[in-house]
Design a binder for this molecule. Sequence first.
Ligand SMILES: Nc1ncnc2c1ncn2[C@@H]1O[C@H](COP(=O)(O)OP(=O)(O)OP(=O)(O)O)[C@@H](O)[C@H]1O
Length: 219
Amino acid sequence: MDKAASQSGLTLSDLSVYRRSGEKLLQVNAHVLPGRTLTIMGPSGIGKSTLLAAITGTLSPDFRCSGSVRLNDRELMQVPPEKRRLGILFQDHLLFPHFSVAQNLAFGLPPRTKHRRARVEQALEDIDLKGFASRDPASLSGGQRARVALMRMLLSEPEALLLDEAFSRLDQDLRARMRRLVFAKAEQAQLPVIMVTHDQEDAEAAAGDILRFPPPLAT
Ligand SMILES: Nc1ncnc2c1ncn2[C@@H]1O[C@H](COP(=O)(O)OP(=O)(O)OP(=O)(O)O)[C@@H](O)[C@H]1O
């Protein structure tokens, strides 16, 4: 593998999260290739969401982290959150309630994007919501909201995706459709993905490495 190829993707090196008291929650070493997904699973409360916050640079003051997060050729630890170019999707699929669907999507576009209206129209088509531009988010179904949230994240041109129980509020059919959409987009754009989930089917659908906490006991 040449040097450039070996640097592509998202690399967590001894990334550790601690409570302010000094107690270590998790430590992770992982390399996620472009277009591939690393699934993180483990019991509630062990620090999976906190780990994602360490990656995005949005840890609450109750925690601190150490180690390294490299995205392609950039070390992110000293980079402010808004410049890390990470897309994160939570289970709530939060949209701005006073913005229309189109305005929510436009919010994802980087500031200097040209042809904003056309980009938003195309995005609506991509998620099968043509004609929904002026709708109020509250008038959408859960699945429609999830697709708008996903597309808004993708429009922001992230270089990696982080999914925090992103599919858990969706019913089974929709969950499978959303998963396919996310993994297809990630593969198409060659984005590394880290997915936190409690759901074995999510993990199987991702078809990538799985990191389980606590590690299984050796037999
Ligand atoms: N803002 C906060 N201040 C203090 N403690 C917090 C805060 N957020 C989370 N915690 C605590 O930190 C620990 C890790 O929480 P975290 O949400 O990262 O766990 P998790 O593994 O993602 O859990 P779940 O699977 O239930 O989402 C938990 O004990 C939680 O109660």
